[in-house]
Design a protein around this ligand. Structure first.
Ligand code: FAD
Length: 533
């Protein structure tokens, strides 16, 4: 599908009238492409960097309703989200998995125990289940022994879900392509084409890998560029509506910040929730929520202030661990594509999504990873208003295809691990295992990924640069110290075989990856200035 000279093949097929052109290869664009493909539309998705390069590889990885949004009165967002969470758990086992959450309660803390109890009751009712409970102090300490015990009363336990955000995007896009859609990464929409009547009728594309450009016509053009949505809208005179807000996370080795399930802390200075969750064998802590005042074409990165902010919460609530910023092995920062309201606290801006039309351009922004299916449905509804001949779509349409039903019949991998592969790669899991060379079904040390996944990604998953592989296909760049530099000698062999890179190309890619990792994924304490604690 995406091997050999696939980019040239796709490029040579662009010159046709598309039913729908989707700009942006994050989770929003991916979901729209998938549903368009279910309707049999001729649909094209273009992404100017890598698939999931934007916010959709930098989220907290939760598939959740967002208790916080409930507290802010965003009942509709919460209801929609918990229902989508339940659906994704059903459709994507192995990729979307239940995750237990613990919320400690302390004496003299506000909101107190009663407020949490009421919030969790509503949360569960919205999802149509009753899955939370209160633990007395003694029991709570057994579950979360490192949470500070001073003034601890006990705490609540409830369930949400967790995923690998970038893998979810790639799975959805690949399933769309298998169903007949077309997708190209490193291909930017440089501008909009207007018809004689002044309405949008296509896009000017530039292949950033090969430098070529093309004018491509489409009946419907969807702007799914997340925090960058205002850029394309400028071509139709759209006034800025996006308010990008940055959120950053720290990644700790699990042994340094051990949590068996996620812990929700209330930050001691502003009472915002900070999540500490087990993910892919490490512990992720975040997030911040700040207006992003850096240029949007720069790679987002965590600042010293954000590091201090997160460390303040972790040091206060996990006192006995005596954590330092330098204990973290990586960081990552993403931009929330919030719509509207320029004033006030960004963490209070609505997480609801919006779909709107300007001179034929449909823009869809806001929302959450969790609600991407609903966003896609609403976008197709809006597209149908512009082009009534687009078939209608059932609102309970599935997003993910069925995975591999039978175990992969491979003795080298446990049943649980086969379930994971099936979740991550859907029906392609069997092909991935089939392409593995001897020894490649072994785990990459320190990660839940196998060497076979590196080979599969390099050869089959549209990897253009080393960063695509290290940060988004297998997440070694987030899970291992120094961006997984120690793996590079073995990865080099696999990548050179699969992608045909010569020595010079490999060196160029390795240097660029390590530089990017230092700039945007390392921890500010280690590289950008002296220790902060
Ligand atoms: P993006 O993922 O940013 O995708 C937009 C894409 O468009 C980018 O890849 C970009 O390169 C591309 N693009 C831009 N301009 C062009 C162009 N001209 N041509 C071609 N391509 C272009 N949600 C949850 O449900 N759970 C969470 O735990 C969660 N945590 C979050 C934590 C943080 C810190 C942040 C910032 C958000 C979080 N969210 C979470 C929200 C969620 O991640 C986002 O709503 C979602 O990922 C946005 O997806 P998107 O596709 O709209 O945007």
């Amino acid at each position: 599908m995406w091997n050999g000279n696939w980019r040239d093949r796709v490029w040579s097929q662009l010159d046709r009238q598309w039913d729908m052109i989707v700009v942006g290869g994050g989770i929003t664009g991916a979901g729209i492409l998938r549903l368009a493909s279910r309707l049999g539309l001729a649909a094209l998705l273009v992404e100017r960097r890598d698939f999931a390069w934007g916010t959709s590889s930098r989220s907290t990885k939760l598939v959740h309703g967002g208790l916080r949004y409930l507290a802010q009165g965003q009942l509709g967002v919460t209801r929609e989200s918990v229902r989508e969470r339940e659906r994704l758990l059903r459709e994507g086992p192995g990729l979307v998995e239940p995750l237990g959450f613990l919320v400690p309660t302390f004496a003299n803390q506000s909101p107190g125990k009663r407020s949490f109890a009421a919030g969790l009751a509503v949360y569960d009712l919205l999802a149509g289940k009753w899955d939370h409970r209160y633990y007395q102090r003694h029991d709570f300490r057994l579950l979360a022994p490192h949470v500070d015990s001073e003034n601890l009363q006990g705490g609540f336990g409830y369930y949400d879900a967790v995923t690998d955000d970038a893998r979810l995007v790639v799975r959805v896009i690949r399933e769309a392509v298998r169903a007949g859609a077309t997708a190209l990464n490193y291909c930017a929409a440089k501008g909009l084409l207007l018809n004689a009547d002044g309405r949008v009728g296509g896009v000017v594309l530039q292949d950033l890998h090969k430098g070529r450009t093309a004018e491509v016509r489409g009946d419907i053009v969807v702007n799914a560029t997340g925090p960058w949505s205002d850029e394309l809208r400028a071509d139709v005179g759209g006034k800025p509506r996006l308010r990008p807000s940055r959120g950053s996370h720290l990644v700790f080795p699990a042994w340094r910040l051990p949590v068996a399930q996620a812990v929700t802390l209330l930050h001691p200075t502003d009472n915002r929730p900070v999540f500490v969750l087990p993910w892919e064998g490490v512990t992720v802590a975040g997030t911040t929520d700040l207006d992003h005042d850096r240029p949007l074409d720069e790679e987002p990165q965590m600042t010293h202030e954000e590091l201090d902010y997160l460390m303040t919460a972790l040091r206060a609530r996990f006192k006995s661990l005596d954590l330092r910023g330098s204990d973290a092995i990586a960081s990552f920062a993403g931009l929330r594509p919030l719509v509207g309201d320029e004033s006030g606290d960004p963490s209070k801006v609505s997480r609801a999504h919006s779909v709107w039309e300007e001179k034929g351009l449909l823009t869809v922004a806001g929302g959450k990873l969790t609600t991407f299916r609903v966003m896609a449905l609403d976008t197709l509804l809006a597209a149908r208003r512009l082009r009534p001949d687009i078939p209608s779509i059932e609102t309970d349409v599935p997003m993910l295809d069925a995975g591999v039903e039978d175990p992969l019949a491979v003795d080298a991998i446990s049943r649980a691990a086969q379930g994971r592969l099936s979740g991550y790669y859907g029906a392609e899991a069997a092909s991935l295992v089939g392409l593995a060379r001897p020894g490649e079904l072994e785990l990459i040390p320190g990660t839940p990924y196998r060497w076979a996944e590196v080979r599969w990604a390099a050869g089959q998953e549209a990897v253009v640069h080393l960063e695509d592989l290290m940060l988004r296909r297998v997440r070694a760049g987030l899970l291992l110290p120094d961006g997984g530099a120690s793996l590079l000698p073995r990865i080099r062999g696999i990548v050179q075989e699969e992608l045909g890179w010569d020595e010079a190309r490999w060196q160029e890619e390795e240097t660029a990856y390590m530089q990017l990792w230092e700039e945007a994924y390392s921890v500010p304490t280690r590289t950008k200035a002296g220790p902060c604690q």
